[in-house]
Design a protein around this ligand. Structure first.
Ligand code: 6XA
Ligand code: ZN
Length: 343
């Protein structure tokens, strides 16, 4: 399997996030991608290719243009306002406030275009976001070009980013962009299977009213787990998208057998939808030792995920999402990929 990777991710470093009542060093850090890359090499998964550069047209098909155009302006505006450190919002347009009027100051714009304090910017963040987007599109083109599968080693991740908002370490929704690209390049329909511990609220929001992209999500129950405000089982899609959004909320402590039962059901629904291509939002924060998550999957379980997805017999693009136990992130993420190849 070929991997696409960009060293430009490393510019998104040293940033902080607001979590659990404190401003702390972000859990989403450069070493995550480096550990995964090292494991790709040590497991001899296949060549590691640099991304081709793309324009933002595909990004603007799943995100609003004003949101995408805002992202490269954040750091310059933050610096112009005399600040250093991490550009972070502290006010958000929640219920009873106006989200239809775009404010002018960078502090307000950061809140206008986000849903939490988990998507901060430093000087190199935009270059990292753009490189992650280029990685996803380059890997998608490998699959379109005849590869059975490919691995988009994306950093920063994307599945929490909605049409006009960032959050949860996500800025451009790489999996959504790849799905749209497949649709623009001949795929009649696409399935996105999100196996990250957290619900891919952004991916759901982007495709919720569309029937050409099926979205299936296995995740911590939002009644008790981030992102809290989307991801319930009754969210089945709307209009043309009715029935094409499937959520599997699962309780704290979920281990392999229960998790796999949901995976099996999701794969059956995916097979019934019969997409031309599958995009897997590959998060491995379902791992028992993950510092911010509460499922109990073991390293030996990840190859089984890959084997189950391979049984679908469909071209498959793996897009890296979350996972924060950096010692094992490479073992677990690449385990899915070697399992897919039945090695
Ligand atoms: N800062 C709150 C938790 C962000 C979770 C990010 C993640 O792993 N999403 O899949
Ligand atoms: Zn996650």
């Amino acid at each position: 399997m070929k991997t696409v990777f960009s060293p430009l991710h490393a510019g998104h470093a040293g940033n902080f996030e607001l979590i659990s009542g404190a401003i702390v060093p972000a859990f989403e850090k450069p070493s995550r991608a480096e550990f995964i890359k090292a494991r790709v090499e040590s497991e001899k998964l296949g060549p590691i290719l640099p991304p081709e550069t793309h324009d933002l047209a595909t990004a603007k098909q799943v995100h609003t243009s004003d949101y995408i155009d805002f992202l490269p302006t954040v750091w310059p505006l933050w610096e112009e306002s005399g600040r250093t450190g991490s550009a972070l919002p502290f006010t958000w347009p929640t219920r009873g406030l106006r989200g239809d009027v775009r404010p002018q100051t960078i502090d307000a714009l950061l809140g206008f275009y986000s849903f939490d304090g988990g998507a901060s910017f430093v000087k190199g963040t935009w270059e990292a976001i753009k490189s992650s987007y280029d990685v996803a599109l380059t890997a998608a083109a490998l699959v379109k070009g005849g590869e059975t599968s490919a691995f988009a080693l994306c950093r920063p991740p994307g599945h929490h980013a909605g049409a006009a908002f960032m959050g949860g370490y996500c800025y451009i929704n790489n999996a959504a962009v790849a799905a749209q690209w497949f649709r623009d390049h001949g795929a009649r329909c696409v399935s996105i299977l999100d196996v990250d511990y957290h619900h891919g609220n952004g991916t759901q929001e982007i495709f919720y009213s569309r029937g050409d992209v099926q979205v299936l999500n296995l995740h911590g129950d939002p009644m008790t787990e981030y992102p809290f405000f989307l991801g319930h089982a009754d969210e089945r899609g709307a209009g043309a998208g009715e029935g094409f959004n499937v959520n599997y909320p699962l309780p704290f402590g979920t281990a392999w057998d229960a998790w796999n039962a949901s995976l099996d059901d999701a794969c059956a629904k995916l097979a019934a939808y019969a997409p031309d291509v599958v995009v897997v939002s590959l998060g491995v924060d379902t791992f028992e030792k993950d510092p911010i998550s509460k499922f109990k999957l073991k390293s030996a379980d990840y190859p089984k995920i890959g084997r189950r997805i391979a049984k679908l017999g469909l071209p498959t693009l793996f897009v890296m999402e979350g996972g924060y136990a950096v010692e094992e992130i490479g073992i677990n993420a690449v385990g899915v990929l070697t399992g897919f190849e039945d090695r």
